[in-house]
Write a protein that binds this ligand. Sequence first.
Ligand SMILES: C[S@@+](CC[C@H](N)C(=O)[O-])C[C@H]1O[C@@H](n2cnc3c(N)ncnc32)[C@H](O)[C@@H]1O
Ligand code: SF4
Length: 451
Amino acid sequence: MTNSLLLEKYNTPVPRYTSYPTVPYWDEKPVAEEAWIAHVQDAFQVDRGISLYIHLPYCEKLCTYCGCNKRITKNHGVEQPYIASLLKEWHLYLKNLPGRPLIKALHLGGGTPTFFHPDQLDTLIRGIFKHADIASDVDFGFEAHPSSTTRQHLETLYNLGFRRISVGVQDFAPEILEIINRQQTEEEVQQVTEWARELGYTSVNYDLIFGLPLQTPEHIRTTMHKLELLRPDRIAFYSYAHVPWIKPSQRAYSEVDLPLGPAKRALYELGRDLLEEMGYVEIGMDHFALPTDELYKSMKRGTLHRNFMGYTPYDTRLSIALGASSISDSWDGFVQNEKNIEDYQKSVEQGHFPIVKGHLFSEEDQIIRTHILNIMCRYGTDWSDPALQTALFEDIIVRIEELEADGLIEINGQSLKVTALGRPFLRNICLAFDARYWQKQPGGKLFSQAI
Ligand SMILES: C[S@@+](CC[C@H](N)C(=O)[O-])C[C@H]1O[C@@H](n2cnc3c(N)ncnc32)[C@H](O)[C@@H]1O
Ligand code: SF4
């Protein structure tokens, strides 16, 4: 099948598979607090350690393309009460964990973590660490907006054990930054990168996006050229997710300005080729890393994992997420916190886990999740072990045979491998395994396009 026919066939709305089951397919009934506590207690293993995610939702200015859960405000008076709520939520967990937690991974996401003053972040992290042990080999990182990250932020977090930063770049071109209402300069990106390296951060990631309004191949070429000099260790090269029915701010620009279908795919292919020429290796979906980076090493070791934040080098099984809208994972269940900040704070204040929805896994979910993670992290999966099969495999086989006929995968007995042609279509390959989707296909718009 030619590239354009493949694109026509597979560029449909598909989940990004940061979880399985995907959020729209979680159980409709909420997960009771007691049930969640029991799952967390079961998943807790002192020596395996836990991952922590902390959602810091505030930003000073709205970037109109943004799909994240955030609150726009210039009032920094919100910092202290929000941090107090996070620490209260952490204490709810501590009261219920069967032992002292060992923290192996910590990620500050948002919104904009660097909206918070470094002293507030210091109070937060020290408050968390006071009741936990810290593993000898940790993965601590944070999302840094280039226009609000100061040297003091980098120093404070370095002193707390952070060695990885993820800088939101998206694109360098002023006309693109303007149309998406993003305030930042190239000099700021360069400055943050230099400070991080001087201080001893070992992994600098840049978030880039292809498919932004007005973006052309020339923009991708320019961006990649600038990377040659700055040489970030990792790159997240995201496909712009256009979901204006969920994020109305994306209506601020005209859809006519969006590169779509083959034009969007060409931006990805150009970016990928230029990155590979510079020595970056593609990791799963959307990510690239230098062979010296931990993400690449974990892919080689076979420990690469994917969760709600994207790819991580470690899989701790228990991942506790604090803050409004964040999602925790006990490996056999997910729960999501209240998205509204005030409701989140009220719930924690009253001594309740601020959970609004969740999903406890069936045996079948667990099997499907394993295959989807294998495809996303290892470009292949194997179902020769009967414990990795379900009654649904008959249907799955029919769907993957079609993928094989189109050249996206190769099936060998009871295993499959993604081909080079299939890599841009990883989401579609996972979809073939997504039992819940096929049992109840969405009536309305739920997901962004595959490309
Ligand atoms: C929470 S933001 C990063 C931290 C900080 N707020 C900033 O903007 O620099 C997370 C990342 O999600 C990505 N992102 C946000 N909206 C997106 C969209 N609609 N499509 C694709 N990626 C998106 C961007 O690359 C962004 O850097
Ligand atoms: S891209 Fe970052 S700074 Fe911009 S609105 Fe989204 S979370 Fe906030």
